[in-house]
Design a protein around this ligand. Structure first.
Ligand code: ASP
Ligand code: MG
Length: 428
């Protein structure tokens, strides 16, 4: 096979008729053999989650949210298709998918949450690709649409399915090879896979980046491009820091570190498959497609080497000490961690002293009282909510100075590269 490029378009890049037209123009701006991976349009996944939630909790059909999603897609279709006949075809296709969605939901066991979730949430991607495919056809853009369920094979851990790499590689190679005989543009969904029995699974929220990396890996792609509404990987969230800088070049390991600390630009699982085959990942702006984005590859050092900020809001700091004023020793720490793990708490920061062991994690109002109750059997427990965790990779003096202006620092930890601070009284 000739060179293959994988490109991923997320929800924000296909959230309106104008955005979809922009995607098509990006794809038509150069001739390449491509796999195009598309997410659900706009915030459709969140809306589907509401429908799933109501069915699960009360076995009620969320007519309002259903109508909302349907109207949203109908508007997009009405704006996309000028020709009345093609518009009619597209609308009746939408009608079919939406009645299938409804029927499927009503037939699913409301109690089997994870299975129900994957089946229903997948409609976001199914609808988006169906519309885009039909629109491409109306424009005469030669392409093939293939359901991702036929390509990505997983186990049955619904909502966070594990990829069966061997099977997936086989399916992807075999099926795409055949399709590429007929076209140079294969369209498929992100986020979705299926079990060996053919039940739909998902790879976890925001999992489309990961899907794209899986395709790139299996096809030995020349590169993966993720199209975003920002210019590339930034040194901070530009909404929080106006002077955020674009990172031109980022080593794979640095990208993994950044996503570990909570940078949300790329799904954390995306990097490994690419690193394993040295496939470069380009992050580019669909708003300014001609601008050079960021590239993540085997380079030595991030460029430019500026402090990188990662903000995590709504953090809890939980401090545990012995009831009888004794030291916190290894046995206690093991015991505390086993409680954290039992409650599925992912720890973001740890601090230990003779008498107190403190951990910081994402605030969760359901888990917290239960965790405290369990720990209080053996320990004194105190906690603080609504804190902010700031991580700075490649910090410098000025970055530290800026931190002091942000609020009261409860915990500060430094190593050679990374500084982490837990802060109270944030200025908003
Ligand atoms: N549509 C899914 C989500 O919003 C997957 C993705 O966009 O990556 O989580
Ligand atoms: Mg999305």
């Amino acid at each position: 096979m000739s060179e293959i490029f994988v490109e991923k378009f997320g929800g924000a890049s296909v959230n309106s008729a104008a955005s979809i037209k922009n995607v098509i123009s990006i794809l038509q701006s150069d001739k390449k053999t491509r796999v195009v991976v598309v997410s659900a349009m706009g915030k459709t996944t969140n809306s589907l989650e509401k429908i799933i939630d109501l069915w699960h909790r009360l076995t009620e059909f969320n007519q309002e949210e259903f109508d909302f999603i349907k109207a949203y897609h109908t508007n997009i279709v009405e704006e996309l298709f000028d020709n009345p006949f093609e518009l009619h075809l597209a609308l009746s296709m939408l009608e079919d998918i939406f009645s299938q969605l409804r029927q499927n939901l009503l037939n699913l066991n409301p109690k089997d949450y994870d299975f129900l979730y994957d089946n229903i949430v997948s409609y976001g991607e199914r609808i988006s690709t169906a519309i885009i495919s039909q629109y491409m056809t109306s424009l005469g853009v030669n392409h093939k649409l293939i359901p991702a369920q036929e390509l990505i094979k997983t186990d049955n851990s619904y909502r966070g399915a594990q990829v069966d790499w061997k099977k997936t590689e086989q399916e992807v190679k075999e099926k795409l090879k055949t399709l590429f005989l007929e076209t140079d543009l294969v369209l498929t969904q992100g986020f979705l896979g299926s079990t060996r029995e053919g039940y739909t699974t998902t790879l976890g929220r925001e999992g489309s980046d990961y899907s794209a990396a899986i395709f790139a890996y299996c096809l030995n792609a020349t590169s993966l491009t993720i199209w975003k509404d920002v210019d590339g990987l930034m040194s901070a969230d530009p909404k929080r820091m106006l002077d955020a800088k674009k990172l031109e070049q980022v080593p794979y390991r640095e990208a993994i570190e950044l996503s570990y600390y909570g940078a949300s630009v790329i799904h954390p699982k995306t990097i490994k498959p690419l690193e394993n085959k040295a496939i470069p990942l380009y992050v580019k702006s669909f708003v300014n497609p001609d601008k050079e984005g960021s590239v993540i590859n085997h380079c030595q050092e991030v460029q430019p080497l500026v402090p990188n900020y990662i903000f995590k809001d709504k953090q809890t700091l939980l401090s545990v000490s012995a009831k009888d004023f004794s030291f916190i020793v290894e046995e206690n720490v093991a015991n505390i961690f086993s409680e954290l793990s039992y409650f599925g708490v992912k720890v973001n920061l740890i601090q230990n002293s003779a008498l107190t062991f403190s951990v910081c994690f994402d605030q969760n109002d359901y888990v917290l009282p239960r965790l405290i109750e369990a720990l209080q059997q053996n320990y004194n427990v105190k906690y603080n909510n609504d804190l902010q965790l700031i991580t700075i990779r490649h910090y410098d003096e000025k970055a530290i100075e800026n931190l002091n202006k942000k609020g009261k620092i409860l915990i500060e930890q430094k190593n050679r590269v990374t500084l982490q601070c837990l802060i109270e009284e944030l200025e908003k």
